[in-house]
Design a protein around this ligand. Structure first.
Ligand SMILES: [Zn+2]
Length: 506
């Protein structure tokens, strides 16, 4: 038993996971999230699964270890015939398991030891996570010699150029009235001229620490390994002569995202500001004064990344009280019984995001520059949407609700007058299936910046844009067509309802 202590601990984690999702092994991302989460995020989540963790500890981990200790003290030994009997039963179970595994070929499933046999798969994932965190740590070294060779190919005549990327958090397109939601959650954006929204946009990962790097770099689910050798979009703009500014309202320490942001001329980390409690984060409108200051302080071309906290759980904490539009919205935890309150609070976060985005656009618009803005979120969220009673995101197998994201572009009048063809191409492509990996190539093309890694077949603003099968970034950083990652009947029904393109089985 003492030899098996590491497994007993692993079992505890696995039991909690099975309770939460009813499927899959402890994923690489879960091990990584243990080290990359911050205190307020962790406490918000842990308080909700505290009872499950306590039960597993009290009924499994603790009794197992106490019994083992007790037996050692008594020097108990099991009788030989008892051992034989259980060895035989174990052997038979092993044979049956092997037979079942070998039948996977008939079920159109590729059986792999590292994916399908516990605890081998959990240990494999742990090693994978350790290796990946080492790669993250070494990122500065492995990317040091990289250059984009950025060239600005065209300029707006006599005009200052400003490009803004807003990275959202936990957004569900289905909850935006711009996308057809019955509640009015995005009234300001719906009134904003020159705004294009991409109807069929899905994310390549349901995990912030994997999804945001895809947004900020040339890496995709298809070639995720290049992430460690290349720099981010911040450097691509910097090389082209832009002043680069990042203002973030999210704790991103220990992740590669922070390394990306440190490439900027100015990096303002709002999440580190004091709010009076380590459990509280500033609201997203705290970004606005800093944006305004950066817009007025310098005169040259500017690239700004704004990283919001958006709709991250706990929803009620993400907006000031005057945005309590849908009520009741206060939920004292995350349970199916509180679905109404949670959905109300979630919708209020969208109303607030609508306000913050429109305030950002107003500030850029009044600067009378040749300007464009892109906004998309890193992933969606489950909020007890169907009888599976799933909640939050970053589960080993996502759902429709975690995949379908809002994705918009906005252009100033000056931009439209200077580069009308770019605006027209994005408008023409607005109904096509796209992923988060289009952002990097599109925003660089919008800014007329060519780099060594630019690929116009990903740029929505180019006539060379190509529709392709959309990949999801698997747990071992491998590309998987998103309709083959284990989505369920309920998910396919929603994909059909929202006209999301995927390969249908004959
Ligand atoms: Zn996220």
């Amino acid at each position: 038993m003492w030899f098996l202590v590491p497994k007993v601990i692993l079992d505890g984690g696995q039991l909690v996971l099975l309770y939460l999702f009813g499927e899959s092994v402890i994923a690489v991302d879960m091990f990584l999230n243990l080290t990359s989460s911050n205190a307020s995020e962790a406490s918000e989540l842990l308080s909700n699964i505290f009872i499950v963790i306590s039960c597993v500890f009290l009924f499994y981990t603790l009794p197992t270890l106490v019994l083992a200790f007790h037996s050692t003290l008594l020097k108990n030994k099991l009788p030989v015939d008892f051992r034989w009997r259980w060895a035989k039963r174990g052997g038979i179970l092993l044979l049956i398991s092997l037979l079942v595994c070998s039948s996977s070929a008939f079920l159109d499933y590729r059986f792999l030891f590292k994916n399908d046999v516990y605890p081998g798969n959990a240990i494999y994932n742990l090693c994978f996570a350790i290796n990946k965190s080492r790669k993250n740590t070494n990122y500065k070294k492995t990317s040091a010699g990289f250059t984009f060779n950025s060239v600005k190919t065209e300029r707006a005549d006599g005009k200052r150029e400003v490009y803004v990327l807003v990275v959202g958090e936990t957004g569900r397109a289905m909850e935006w009235s711009l996308y057809g939601y019955e509640r009015e959650t995005t009234p300001n954006l719906q009134k904003t001229p020159n705004l294009i929204y991409l109807k069929d946009a899905i994310t390549q990962s349901n995990n912030t620490h994997k999804s945001v790097p895809v947004i900020l770099s040339a890496a995709s689910a298809e070639n995720y390994a290049i992430l460690y050798e290349q720099k981010s979009i911040v450097t691509a703009f910097k090389e082209a002569g832009f002043k680069t500014v990042v203002i973030a309202n999210q704790k991103l320490t220990t992740s590669i995202i922070e390394c990306f942001y440190r490439e900027a001329d100015t990096f303002i980390d709002i999440s580190s500001f004091k709010t009076g409690s380590y459990l509280k984060s500033p609201y997203d409108d705290a970004l606005l004064p800093y944006l305004e200051k950066e817009m007025t302080e310098s005169a040259g071309n500017l690239f700004i990344v704004l990283h919001t906290y958006g709709s991250h759980f706990n929803y009620y904490e993400r907006y000031p009280r005057e945005f309590s539009i849908f009520t009741p919205d206060k939920a004292d935890g995350i349970r199916a019984a509180l679905k109404k309150e949670l959905r109300n609070a979630y919708d209020n976060t969208i109303c607030y995001t609508d306000y913050v985005l429109s305030e950002i656009i107003k500030r850029i618009d009044k600067s009378n520059t040749c300007a464009a803005l892109a906004y998309l979120t890193d992933h969606g969220e489950d909020i007890f949407d169907d009888k599976r009673n799933r909640y939050l995101h970053a589960s080993p197998i996502p759902t429709y609700y975690q995949l379908h994201i809002p994705y918009i572009y906005w252009f100033s009048e000056d931009y439209k007058a200077s580069f009308p063809e770019k605006y027209d191409w994005i408008s023409k492509h607005a109904d096509l299936p796209v992923s988060t990996n289009s952002l990097f190539h599109t925003i660089l093309d919008v800014a007329n910046i060519k780099t060594d890694v630019s690929d116009m077949s990903y740029a929505l603003s180019s006539e060379l844009f190509e529709v392709r099968d959309r990949m999801y970034l698997g747990d071992h950083d491998d590309p998987v067509p998103f309709w083959e990652i284990g989505l369920k009947k309920q998910d396919f029904e929603m994909l059909d309802k929202w006209n999301i393109v995927y390969e249908k089985k004959q």
